[in-house]
Design a binder for this molecule. Structure first.
Ligand SMILES: *[C@@H]1O[C@H](CO)[C@@H](O)[C@H](O)[C@H]1NC(C)=O
Ligand SMILES: *[C@@H]1O[C@H](CO)[C@@H](O)[C@H](O)[C@H]1NC(C)=O
Length: 250
């Protein structure tokens, strides 16, 4: 199939979901499996609260645990994942015919960049480029430092399933914050006319923000004082009324 013209089968495995249909839950423990003709590529992944626990590497046919050491406590047979991918592959052919080879709609992903902890100049930190609302799960993400494409020092999750059947993906970049370096996360996706770029650079706290805080504080104080005055006036009014009622009863 031509690139951009693809159909993706995205089957969600809902695992260990204890809530009944009528109850809304705060999070799911689930996984995603899909197979697509682009590439061709697919994914078989288990997720816990939006974090990848493991996926099956379809090339090496092995399980890749996200947190090293997790395999000491639990295990998963990669053959199970591979079998499911083969079933998806088979089903995709049928579904493509059933849909008369109608291409899936590309959605524009949402991109944001932030640090994992408050920035202190000279202290190692990690930049996260968070991409949400990804569909189909075909995307190029590039880290750019001071205008130059980076080649080392970063990692990313697999495509993490979201409840609306889109995907999210987190990209990590270890860095040493200083006053000069400018980092850009660039995302290419068929849902975008041109790549989306999000920039991170150190912003020195400005005196304006302090002045702004003072204004907020003054406003808060003013509201408080108005509240007190209004309260006192209401009490006085109430007292006058009850006094008037007291008089009219005599
Ligand atoms: C399927 O697509 C072809 C080519 O676009 C069209 O001629 C045909 O009518 C379509 N069939 C159905 C059942 O929609
Ligand atoms: C990703 O980059 C490759 C190589 O430059 C390009 O062929 C492909 O179209 C890009 N994919 C997307 C989704 O933009």
């Amino acid at each position: 199939m031509r690139s951009g013209e693809m159909i993706s089968v995205c089957a969600l495995l809902v695992l260990g979901l204890k809530a009944s249909d009528a109850v809304t839950v705060d999070y799911f423990d689930f996984g995603a499996e899909y197979y697509q003709t682009y590439g061709p590529s697919g994914e078989y992944l288990f997720d816990y609260e939006g974090n990848e626990m493991f996926h099956v590497d379809l090339e090496s046919k092995s399980v890749v645990w996200t947190l090293p050491g997790l395999e000491k406590y639990t295990s998963f047979d990669p053959q199970g994942g591979l079998q499911n991918i083969n079933i998806d592959k088979f089903n995709l052919d049928i579904m493509m015919k059933v849909s008369n080879f109608t291409a899936a709609t590309n959605i524009a992903p949402l991109v944001s960049v932030y640090t994992t902890k408050p920035v202190v100049l000279g202290e190692p930190n990690i930049l996260i480029c968070c991409v949400k609302n990804i569909f189909p799960p075909v995307m190029n993400t590039t880290w750019i430092k001071n205008g130059e494409k980076m080649t080392v020092g970063f990692s990313e999750t697999s495509f993490l399933p979201a409840q609306d059947h889109s995907f999210g993906r987190l990209h990590y970049l270890a860095f040493l914050p200083n006053e000069h370096d400018i980092y850009t996360c660039e995302v290419e996706h068929w849902g975008l006319e041109k790549p989306t770029r999000r920039v991170w650079k150190h912003e020195a706290p400005t005196p304006i923000s302090e002045a702004y805080q003072n204004v907020i504080c003054a406003l808060g104080l003013a509201v408080g004082i108005i509240g007190i005055i209004a309260g006192v006036m209401l009490i006085i009014k109430g007292m006058k009324q009850s006094a008037a009622q007291g008089r009219s009863q005599h």
